[in-house]
Write a protein that binds this ligand. Structure first.
Ligand code: E4P
Length: 237
């Protein structure tokens, strides 16, 4: 399973790259805004250079299919590792499957985003999307069974030999990361704050602290014994 960072924060990307656990990055217009990536091209390129050859997803910002295609071609020209995010439907409910199909045929890798249902993910895979992004947290927000959905889509992809990969995003807590991984996500995309909580544990910290204290005490005892030995040798001569 791959782990992507759901962020446009360059420091966080660098930090997690150094940990050796990062396989890519996803962004969206809200993440870009939150992380100060107001100049989309500049920030997308900065991320792409940092993580290459790993993929970075950058989302189109249009409702019209022709405009989506135009933007996608431009983004894809910025760097070889840019994957273009196309929403499964536009804000008026019009399917964007044709856009996905056309761009994939041109060799542009597509992350079909904002999937909240089995049907959406399945149709995205049929249209040829490299990735279908299931927004697990938003599925749960609506009372849906996110792990069940992920598991069902994964089963279908495997049954029919589809090359599309499931990215699970919209993480709200560490248990979402765990349940998505266990449900069969190919990729989970996680905000840095949740990845921090995924590695941390109070009891691990306490355990390490105890070991460090005991090691320091052992060192003191060894020095005390050495001092006694030196005194004994001195008094004997
Ligand atoms: C992932 O690709 C999405 O951009 C992201 O995870 C959406 O998360 P949200 O539901 O917290 O906005």
């Amino acid at each position: 399973m791959e782990i992507f960072l759901d962020t446009a924060n360059l420091d966080e990307i660098e930090r997690w790259l150094d940990c050796g656990v990062l396989d890519g990055v996803t962004t969206n217009p809200s993440i870009m805004l939150k992380d100060g990536g107001y100049d989309l091209q500049r920030r997308a390129l900065e991320i792409a250079r940092l993580v290459e050859p790993r993929p970075v997803s950058v989302e189109v910002t249009a409702n019209e299919p022709d405009e989506m295609v135009r933007q996608a071609r431009i983004y894809a020209g910025w760097a070889a590792n840019i994957v273009v995010k196309i929403p499964v439907i536009n804000e008026f409910g019009r399917p964007c499957l044709g856009v996905v199909r056309q761009l994939e045929r041109e060799g542009i890798r597509i992350n079909m985003t904002a999937c909240l249902s089995y049907g959406q993910a399945l149709l995205g895979a049929k249209a040829g999307a490299t990735y279908v992004s299931i927004f697990g947290g938003r599925v749960s927000d609506e009372g849906g069974d996110a792990p069940g959905l992920i598991h069902g889509v994964r089963e279908w992809l495997d049954l029919w030999g589809s090359p599309s990969k499931i990215i699970v995003g919209s993480m709200r807590s560490t248990i979402d990361v765990q349940s998505s991984a266990q449900a069969g996500a190919h990729v989970i995309t996680v905000p840095p704050s949740i990845l921090d909580r995924f590695i941390d544990h109070k009891y691990s910290r306490d355990t390490v602290r105890t070991f460090n204290e005991d090691a320091a005490e052992a060192l003191n005892k060894m020095r005390e014994l050495e001092a006694v030995a030196v005194r004994v040798r001195g008094s004997g001569s």
